[in-house]
Design a protein around this ligand. Structure first.
Ligand SMILES: Cc1cc2nc3c(=O)[nH]c(=O)nc-3n(C[C@H](O)[C@H](O)[C@H](O)COP(=O)(O)OP(=O)(O)OC[C@H]3O[C@@H](n4cnc5c(N)ncnc54)[C@H](O)[C@@H]3O)c2cc1C
Length: 466
């Protein structure tokens, strides 16, 4: 645990405004979006790459763990110190690393300081008709997005962060406190091993990401949404095929929401409208978005007509894009309003989604009869937020929690060849599954990289599995 003298030294390195102490109120840095709050010894807020280097050097000298944190919207417990920690972890917040955004509109690229929020980047490039097309119901930082390889609702069209990162600058905790300078804005650059890619999805373990070069996209002239009711869960992929055939790359999102999730949102969040007007939603509601030039809406309606004519869908309604996404983004709040939610973010091959869902429901009815399954997610990418909701006032016991994890992760990974972390990276919430299913040889390679980049083990959450 760094003592007062060490913390005074830290304040000397980044200036008094650069360090916050428990007495300053650290809730925003200690309270995660999901899971239990942690306890930090202090929060250090450097402003530049050079200051990050100085802080990492300090952490090495004082053998103090630095936990990188962006907007603290991560969902696997990796962005806050442990709840039962000894208070020795210092959070390194990138919130002041926001100056020096470089935009090359003609190249459609930007070099973004790690602490810049997604919304701020989008605002900065809007005048050039551009955006960073990774879209989610939170407002993370670019550094955090790279460290977790954020997916989001438009991954089907625009890919995840990995697909849009051209280069990264990161500070290592090796002996020389090396700055990895790989900030290329080239789309084609095959000059060796791709160092930047190692930091994507690294959950803060390999280095502090200080700047990210990203590829932007043109903002679409027209965005249209439709709600569809599939004939049955195993016909959802036939609906996707019909839309793909009719729209090609104009298809930008394909989200599927269970009746339980939609009903919870309608009951718990004000101002939402039932997609099909009826009070009870269908077993599944598909939200489709098409985005592109003028005329995209007509193509979407033609493709929807094909999906209905072939018997893959029974019903379809056009919805204003704002209302459609409001409903989609209200699902989590709606579920939380109606009960205690255990949320699992998994993926399986798209072809197995309906079978996975049905198996989870079958097993939950037998093994966890107090829980309601309320799933929704990015079916176009094989992703599902598989939620088990317990009654308010009667939360899951530790053994029910354990059973729920085993049920959902086990069914996804061991039965259907899926992933126990589709989008959120690795953290204390899923570290045991990393140890359980990552091949031993791969585990050794990751640990060797970690030893090379951070031999004293001063970076990242202490409960990461590597
Ligand atoms: C309502 C809601 C909806 C969400 N929807 C999605 C979704 O659809 N898809 C999706 O993928 N995620 C989603 N998320 C999860 C979350 O928003 C992403 O994981 C996000 O990218 C995290 O960014 P952040 O800046 O908040 O990082 P943090 O939460 O602060 O940190 C996350 C991890 O990254 C590390 N880290 C942060 N900054 C750096 C840095 N500069 N250098 C090195 N490591 C760093 C941290 O140590 C930690 O391990 C959602 C979250 C919420 C609350």
């Amino acid at each position: 645990v760094p003592d007062t003298t060490a913390l005074d030294e830290l304040a000397g390195l980044v200036g008094p405004a650069g360090v916050l102490y428990p007495g300053d109120g650290l809730d925003a840095y200690e309270d995660p979006a999901r899971g239990a709050p942690g306890r930090a010894r202090a929060v250090v807020r450097p402003t530049t790459t050079e200051q990050v280097r100085t802080v990492v050097g300090w952490a090495r000298r004082h053998r103090t763990r630095l936990l990188p944190q962006g907007a603290n919207t991560g969902l696997v417990g990796a962005s806050v110190p442990p709840p039962d920690g000894d208070g020795g972890v210092v959070v390194l917040s990138t919130e002041r690393m926001v100056h020096g955004l470089e935009i090359d509109a003609a190249n459609r690229t930007a070099v973004v300081p790690a602490g810049v929020r997604l919304s701020a980047l989008d605002d900065a490039v809007a005048a050039d008709g551009l955006w960073f097309p990774i879209d989610l119901a939170a407002d993370p930082t670019i550094g955090g997005m790279a460290a977790t390889n954020t997916g989001g609702a438009r991954m089907l069209r625009h890919g995840d962060v990995r697909r849009r990162v051209l280069g990264i600058e990161a500070v290592l905790a090796d002996e020389g406190v090396t700055v990895v300078d790989d900030l290329s804005v080239l789309r084609k650059d095959n000059t060796g091993i791709d160092l930047s890619s190692m930091f994507i999805g690294s959950s803060g373990a390999l280095g502090i990401i200080t700047r990210v070069a990203v590829e932007l996209a043109r903002r679409p002239a027209q965005t249209t949404c439709v709600f569809l009711a599939p004939t049955a869960p195993d016909r959802v992929m036939a609906v996707l095929d019909a839309l793909d055939d009719g729209l090609g790359p104009l298809l930008s999102a394909f989200e599927v929401m269970s009746a339980e999730s939609v009903a919870a949102a309608l009951a718990g969040v004000d101002g939402l409208r039932s997609p099909f007007g009826a009070p009870a939603p269908p077993e599944l509601t598909i939200l489709v978005e098409a985005a592109g030039p003028e005329g995209t809406d007509a193509l979407l309606l033609d493709a929807v007509a094909v999906a209905v004519a072939t018997g893959a869908a029974t019903d379809a309604v056009v919805a204003p894009a704002h209302d459609a996404w409001r409903l989609r983004h209200a699902l989590t709040d709606g579920l939380r309003h109606g009960g205690v939610v255990l949320g699992f973010d998994v993926s399986v091959p798209r072809s197995a989604l309906a079978a996975f869902r049905s198996e989870v429901r079958r097993r939950a009815a037998v093994e966890l009869p107090r829980a309601t399954v309320a799933d929704f997610g990015h079916w176009g990418d094989g992703g599902m937020h598989c939620n088990l909701v317990f009654p308010t006032g009667a939360p899951p016991s530790p053994s029910e929690h354990g059973l729920a994890r085993e049920l959902v992760f086990g069914t996804a990974v061991e039965r259907f060849g899926g992933s126990y972390s589709a989008e959120h990276g690795i953290g204390p919430h899923n570290a045991d599954w990393w140890r359980r299913v990552t091949p031993p040889g791969n585990q050794r390679v990751v640990r060797s990289l970690r030893t090379l980049f951070d031999p004293l083990g001063v970076l990242g959450h202490p409960d990461l599995p590597y």
